[in-house]
Design a protein around this ligand. Structure first.
Ligand SMILES: NC(=O)c1ccc[n+]([C@@H]2O[C@H](COP(=O)([O-])OP(=O)(O)OC[C@H]3O[C@@H](n4cnc5c(N)ncnc54)[C@H](OP(=O)(O)O)[C@@H]3O)[C@@H](O)[C@H]2O)c1
Length: 246
């Protein structure tokens, strides 16, 4: 059973174009991604960034794609806006920090304190430790909230938004809550599931090759250790993506 958090190395899934291997974002609803071979449709394949190793491009595809679509396709983040990112040190969040910084937004990253230096290095303007700080008391007047945490932070998030602000959430536990609080607080609220998109993957590859996106990997496991990789995933508190190498 594939898991969206564990990126399988993309080489066997890729097409060869001009001798360069491509990368793909796996489907949520399909088994067989932890394998040497898998069938994918063309919209899930793009040339991978040339400046990073295979494991790093595997760590990018789904998470960076999710962050990209949240900020720029579902939401409409603009330069100069104040964005608050819940779960900023996680697999999706750290790409959101980098993409928002690249856009020219003022980035407030919410994460546990151990990730502070990493997030500042990714372009965060402020890092708030959610373990020691009440986020709702620490910030206000937010234009855009990107939330990968969900239920425990969602209601407070809506209170932090400016009247015309936007909340975008992806955590499954927030699915039923976004419309509820959007209506209650009269703010724009969006929940979505990432969609495969070759053009988006190409944009992300370019940004990576230009040095604007850096993959963060905690550990690469060989395919034979997929069980250990999954168990590590379940422990939580990751310091980057877990990657399976085929
Ligand atoms: N809808 C979609 O299309 C889509 C796509 C991808 C992922 N997802 C979902 O999005 C969620 C996040 O994915 P991920 O890969 O980024 O997970 P992840 O790597 O586990 O990251 C989650 C992060 O949230 C942090 N966190 C936990 N509670 C927090 C709080 N109260 N405030 C701030 N940060 C907090 C964790 O920090 P600690 O280390 O301190 O625990 C961790 O860094 C998952 O539920 C996943 O299923 C949805």
């Amino acid at each position: 059973m594939p898991h969206p958090h564990v990126s399988s190395l993309s080489c066997p899934l890729s097409s060869r174009r001009g001798g360069t291997l491509g990368a793909t974002a796996p489907r949520f609803d399909r088994d067989g991604v932890w394998a040497e071979y898998a069938i994918v449709t063309p919209d899930r394949i793009a040339l991978r960034p040339r400046s990073v190793i295979h494991e790093e491009s595997a760590a990018l595809s789904l998470s960076a794609l999710t962050a990209w679509q949240a900020l720029f396709k579902k939401g409409n983040l603009q330069a100069g806006q104040r964005i608050l990112i819940h779960g900023a040190a996680g697999g999706v969040g750290n790409y959101a920090v980098q993409l928002a910084h690249r856009k020219g937004a003022y980035v407030i990253a919410v994460a546990s304190g151990q990730h502070r230096e990493t997030l500042l290095g990714f372009g965060a303007d402020e890092v708030i430790d959610y373990i020691t700080t009440n986020v709702a008391e620490a910030v206000s007047d937010i234009d855009f909230i990107f939330d990968v945490v969900g239920a425990s932070v969602i209601e407070a998030s809506f209170t932090l938004l400016k009247p015309e602000g936007t909340y975008v959430g992806i955590a499954s536990n927030a699915y039923n809550l976004v419309s509820k609080y959007a209506e209650q607080y009269q703010k724009k609220g969006i929940w979505f599931i990432v969609e495969a998109d070759t053009d988006d993957l190409i944009q992300l590859a370019h940004l990576t090759d230009e040095g604007h996106l850096k993959p963060r990997i905690e550990k690469v496991y060989p395919l034979e250790q997929a069980r250990q990789a999954y168990e590590r995933l379940l422990e939580g508190h990751l310091r980057g993506k877990i990657v399976l190498s085929v």
